[in-house]
Write a protein that binds this ligand. Structure first.
Ligand SMILES: [Zn+2]
Ligand SMILES: [Zn+2]
Length: 324
C-alpha cells in the first residue's frame, strides 16, 4: 500500500511507498573508504592553510575578526569558505533581464572540533553547547549585516550528502533574499494567524512518529516525510529565530540533534546526512531543524513533479529510531 500525503500546511505532497517494507539494513549503502588526510586544512596546526578566521572559540572566549591566522588551541573555528558561493565584494556586473543582482553574500565554514575523525555523536555536552553557541553567534551576526535577508545554516556529512572533507564542519551562507521555500511558509503562517508548528508539536508529541524529547524540544519523523528516516526537531515553546532562543534551548537542540545522529549511526551504519536550520525573525515563524540521511536519490519523477517517493513510512522509521 502506498499513500499520498500532504504537507502539514503547504500545498506540497509526498508518496509513502513502503509496500516493500524496507528494514534499515536494506538501506545501508556501500561505504566509500575514508582516508584520513594528513594535511587536512581544518585540522589543528594547519591554521595557516586557510583564510584568516572570522571567529575563534577558545577556552570559553570568542576572538572575532582576528587577522592572525595562527590562533591555535581553539575549540571551534569559523573561516571564510575557500570557494564561496557568494561574496561580500562581488564583481560588478552588466545588468541583464534574468539576473537580479551580483552574487552578494557571505559564505562561512564552522569547523566543529580541532580533532580529525570525530563525529557529532562523539561530542560531549560541553563541546555541543559551544558549537550551538557558535551557530547562534554567527547566524545572528550575519543576519544583522546590511543587505542580508536570510542566513542558511546547514551541515553536510559524508560524500553522498555533499561533504568534500571528512573533518566535521557546518556551513553558513548569508543571502540578500528570503528563499521561496521560507517565503511560502511565511505567507501561509501569516495568513492563518496561528502557528502551525505549535500545533504540530502538540499533535506529534503523543503520536506514533515520536522519536525523542528533552525539556525544550521535540524530535519526530514528520507525517509528511520526503526522505527515509527524515526527522524534524521543534522547540516546544514558540521561538522564531536563534536571536530569540535562550542558551538552554540551543543546548537542547544540540542534544536532540546528537541523539538522532547517534541513532542513524547505529541503525543505518553511519550514513551520509544533511541537517538544516529554518528560521525567520518575524515573530510568527517557528524555528525548526530538519535532518535527512541520504539513502535515496532525487531521480526523474522527483525532478519532474517535486513530489518525493519515500520507501520507509515515518511511523516505521520512528519505531526504529526510538528503540535502544
Ligand atoms: Zn582534519
Ligand atoms: Zn509556534
Amino acid at each position: 500500500m502506498s499513500d499520498i500525503r500532504k504537507h502539514y500546511f503547504l500545498d506540497e505532497y509526498c508518496i509513502i511507498a513502503s509496500e516493500r517494507s524496507k528494514r534499515p539494513s536494506d538501506l545501508v549503502s556501500e561505504k566509500t573508504e575514508r582516508v584520513a588526510i594528513s594535511n587536512c586544512v581544518f585540522c589543528s596546526g594547519n591554521e595557516d592553510k586557510t583564510p584568516p578566521a572570522t571567529a575563534v572559540y577558545k577556552n570559553g572566549d570568542v576572538l572575532e575578526d582576528k587577522q592572525d591566522v595562527h590562533v591555535t588551541g581553539w575549540d571551534v573555528r569559523c573561516i571564510p569558505n575557500l570557494f564561496p558561493a557568494v561574496s561580500p565584494t562581488p564583481a560588478k556586473i552588466e545588468p541583464s533581464d534574468w539576473q537580479i543582482d551580483a552574487g552578494f553574500g557571505y559564505h562561512e565554514v564552522i569547523v566543529e572540533t580541532p580533532v580529525h575523525g570525530r563525529t557529532i555523536s562523539d561530542l560531549s555536552d560541553h563541546e555541543l553547547a559551544l558549537l550551538m553557541r557558535a551557530y547562534k553567534d554567527r547566524v545572528v551576526h550575519y543576519q544583522s549585516q546590511t543587505g542580508i535577508e536570510y542566513v542558511s545554516l546547514f551541515k553536510n556529512w559524508g560524500e553522498r550528502a555533499g561533504a568534500s572533507l571528512e573533518h566535521i564542519h557546518s556551513q553558513l551562507i548569508a543571502l540578500p533574499l528570503l528563499p521561496p521555500l521560507l517565503r511560502r511558509e511565511q505567507d501561509v503562517i501569516q495568513d492563518i494567524k496561528k502557528c502551525p508548528y505549535c500545533d504540530i508539536v502538540e499533535k506529534e508529541e503523543n503520536s506514533e512518529r515520536f522519536v525523542y524529547e528533552n525539556a525544550d524540544v521535540l524530535a519526530f519523523t514528520p507525517h509528511f516525510s520526503i526522505a527515509p528516516f527524515e526527522v524534524w526537531i521543534l522547540p516546544k515553546q514558540h521561538i522564531d529565530h536563534f536571536a530569540n532562543c535562550a542558551d538552554e534551548v540551543m543546548r537542547s537542540l544540540g542534544d536532540a540533534i546528537r541523539f538522532v545522529i547517534s541513532r542513524y549511526d547505529t541503525i543505518l551504519d553511519s550514513p551520509s546526512y544533511n541537517y538544516m536550520f529554518y528560521q525567520i525573525a518575524d515573530g510568527s515563524y517557528h524555528l525548526n531543524v530538519r535532518i535527512q540521511p541520504v539513502l535515496a536519490t532525487r531521480a526523474g519523477f522527483e525532478k519532474n513533479t517535486d513530489i518525493y517517493i519515500n520507501t520507509v513510512s515515518p511511523e516505521d522509521a520512528a519505531s526504529y529510531l526510538r528503540e535502544q
